[in-house]
Design a protein around this ligand. Structure first.
Ligand code: ADP
Ligand code: F6P
Length: 320
């Protein structure tokens, strides 16, 4: 391929810039023209794009967000929108695209590939909810941000003998909640993947720890579980522990990417360009057991992954 595009789509994630940088640098070094497409599929449809060079991606490896901007383009979920995307590629002579985003973005990449524009997906989402990957770009930074934020909340929780019920992001997935919960030593962790009984899994656990002398508590609730404010009120009522609900929100999605996110993003961006260079599309780059692999997009979208029950059980046993 002589001319490729790169776009970021769906929720932004720290490390996306490092992936964009790798794509642009690898593409340029392989003698390709690399087009930066703005605001995901919306920019593709609108022709909002520009030629990038080696220097366009200087000083971005350390920055969160995405210099290409991102969007959730509803039009692209319809055949007419996809056709506009294909037409735009033809008009701008873009032969292949690297799509950095989550599985919604991969569906778009699959549709474009089907329409004759080979695409390679790179998993970029803080949620770590992409089945073919152990690890997605942004996940590590987000976990570290949550840990740091909860450590701060903990100082005041402890000073006031309170309980802080903290809701973390993850959409329908509990990977962030489970791992952050372990890292902060939460007394209870509620995940959408496992059934829970508030009485037994939160109130009783807290009661047991109270008997051992514990006076302040952190409870982590995954966004996919919700009910954070109500839970804080219930804890206060049943245990007499003053409680606060804390919804961490979008602070979790920003900030400078960790070393791990920068390295993995660089590796994935490089692999994506290697594939397009060979004319190979309809692939998703993935990380499994620390190896960079790639899968057919159809195959990747039909895979499932489960959350580690043993890890969850361990967390409960040692956080009492
Ligand atoms: P993520 O990629 O983070 O999972 P979304 O699910 O919001 O985020 O998807 C991002 C974008 O991918 C959507 O705004 C849309 O442009 C595109 N997309 C999502 N689902 C589809 C689909 N079924 N077919 C084509 N494109 C899709
Ligand atoms: O997918 C990333 C994510 O931050 C989820 O964790 C969260 O559910 C969602 O995006 C929030 O989306 P928005 O930025 O549109 O509020």
């Amino acid at each position: 391929m002589k001319k490729i595009g790169v776009l970021t789509s769906g929720g932004d994630a720290p490390g996306m810039n490092a992936a964009v940088r790798a794509v642009v640098r690898a593409g340029c070094e392989k003698g390709m023209e690399v087009i930066g497409i703005k605001r995901g599929y919306q920019g593709l449809i609108n022709g909002d794009m520009e030629l990038m060079d080696l220097r366009s991606v200087s000083d971005i490896i350390n920055r969160g967000g995405t210099i290409l901007y991102s969007a959730r383009c509803l039009e692209f979920k319809e055949q007419a929108g996809i056709q506009k995307g294909i037409d735009s590629c033809r008009e701008h002579e873009i032969e292949g695209i690297v799509v950095i985003g989550g599985d919604g973005s991969f569906r778009g990449a699959r549709d474009l590939s089907l329409g004759g524009i080979p695409c390679v997906g790179i998993p970029g989402t803080i949620d770590n909810d992409i089945a073919c990957c152990d690890y997605t770009i942004g996940y590590d930074t987000c976990l570290n941000t949550i840990m740091e934020m909860v450590d701060r909340v903990r100082d005041t929780t402890e000073s006031h003998d309170r309980c802080s019920v903290i809701e973390v992001m993850g959409r329908r997935a509990g990977y962030l909640a489970l791992n952050a919960g372990i890292a902060v030593g939460a007394t209870a962790i509620l995940l959408p993947e496992f059934d829970y009984d508030i009485e037994k899994d939160v109130i009783e656990r807290m009661r047991r720890t109270q008997k051992t002398g514990k006076r302040h508590f952190i409870v982590i609730v995954a966004e996919g579980v919700g009910g954070t404010e109500e839970l804080a009120r219930k804890i206060e009522k049943e245990l007499g522990v003053e409680s606060r609900a804390v919804i961490l929100g979008h602070v979790q999605r920003g900030g400078t990417p960790t070393c791990r996110d920068r390295v993995v993003a660089s590796q994935m961006g490089y692999r994506a360009v290697q594939l397009l260079e060979k004319g190979i599309g309809n692939r998703v780059v993935a990380m499994q057991h620390e190896q960079i692999l790639d899968f057919d997009i159809y195959e990747a979208l039909s895979m499932t992954k489960s959350i580690d029950k043993e890890l969850y059980d361990m967390a409960l046993e040692i956080s009492i």
